[in-house]
Design a protein around this ligand. Structure first.
Ligand SMILES: NC(=O)c1ccc[n+]([C@@H]2O[C@H](COP(=O)([O-])OP(=O)(O)OC[C@H]3O[C@@H](n4cnc5c(N)ncnc54)[C@H](OP(=O)(O)O)[C@@H]3O)[C@@H](O)[C@H]2O)c1
Length: 265
């Protein structure tokens, strides 16, 4: 059980982060939590042990402000859960530096910068860093060229820091498959996105994440069929090709729907 700890969770206003927050904030756990996201103040029903801190974590100022708040409120952050993230679903066929920078700022730069901030904050004391990466950090799907790249970068980053980082820091990385959250509701400019198979719930990912933190796991794969499927696709490349082809058809359907919607407007 994760109890009597000081915890910071980013991206806690919805989806996976909100489910993790609800589990950790249960009264009997006596955790003290700072929950952050841009619209975090919309959450209600938490007691005084949960502080809602609004900030934009895709900016350096936002991350700095969160660490300042945590230092003000806690002597030490026992567990830092870097979970905030956002996708694009699209055909990558454009020139737009700012759009690339935007997704990397939130999904990658912010997480990398938070690692250094956390080490400085700990200053030799024990801490536990948790990253919500993605199964897409191991296998990119059509439609997610930039999103998957941000997560591949995090997969590489954690591999190196795991070896470099001082012994006082534990690192847990979580690799959810497609999860029922706002992710696919929002889609690109409001066009609904079909979820890649298999699909799991935010609660299942949160449960696996909390269990992984409790047990000090290095990697957490919340979907039980993911690792056998990954193995199968590695040893049988035609299975992988079939799966990727089906995902490509999904993207083509999405682009067609989007085009039809745009014609109607
Ligand atoms: N859903 C999936 O299929 C899936 C699969 C694998 C991995 N993941 C990863 O899981 C994590 C959580 O995603 P989710 O599925 O739970 O989606 P979600 O429901 O959309 O949650 C995303 C969270 O990130 C916050 N956020 C977005 N932009 C932000 C910003 N600039 N600054 C601060 N907070 C920001 C959002 O809150 P505000 O809008 O209030 O800022 C929200 O709380 C992400 O890192 C995602 O990459 C998701």
């Amino acid at each position: 059980m994760i109890a009597n700890r000081t915890i910071v969770i980013t991206g806690a206003s919805s989806g996976i982060g909100k489910s993790i927050l609800e589990m950790l904030a249960a009264k009997e756990n006596h955790n003290r939590i700072i929950a952050a996201s841009r619209s975090i103040q919309k959450l209600t029903g938490f007691d005084e042990n949960v502080t809602l801190f609004p900030c934009d974590l895709s900016t350096r100022e936002g991350v700095d402000a969160l660490f300042e708040k945590a230092a003000e409120q806690f002597e030490k952050i026992d567990v830092l859960i870097c979970n905030a993230g956002a996708p694009y679903y699209e055909r990558y066929d454009y020139e737009d530096w700012d759009r690339i920078e935007k997704i990397f700022s939130l999904n990658t730069f912010s997480c990398m910068y938070s690692y250094s901030k956390y080490l400085n904050h700990l200053n030799g004391r024990e801490g536990h860093l948790v990253y919500t990466i993605s199964a897409m950090g191991e296998m990119a799907l059509p439609g997610y060229a930039l999103y998957a790249s941000t997560k591949f970068a995090m997969k590489g980053f954690q591999q190196a820091i795991r070896i470099e980082s001082p012994k006082n820091l534990k690192i847990t990385c979580v690799y959810p498959v497609s999860t029922k959250t706002n992710f696919f509701e929002v889609g690109d400019a409001g066009h609904k996105v079909e979820q890649p198979f298999p699909v799991q719930t935010a609660e299942a990912v949160a449960k696996a994440t909390v269990r992984g933190i409790e047990r000090g796991r290095k990697q957490v794969y919340p979907c039980p069929v993911y690792l056998p499927s990954r193995f199968l696709m590695n040893v049988l490349p035609p299975v992988r090709a079939l799966y990727l082809r089906s995902q490509h058809r999904m993207l083509l359907r999405f682009l067609e729907r989007k085009q039809n919607d745009e014609k109607r407007v």
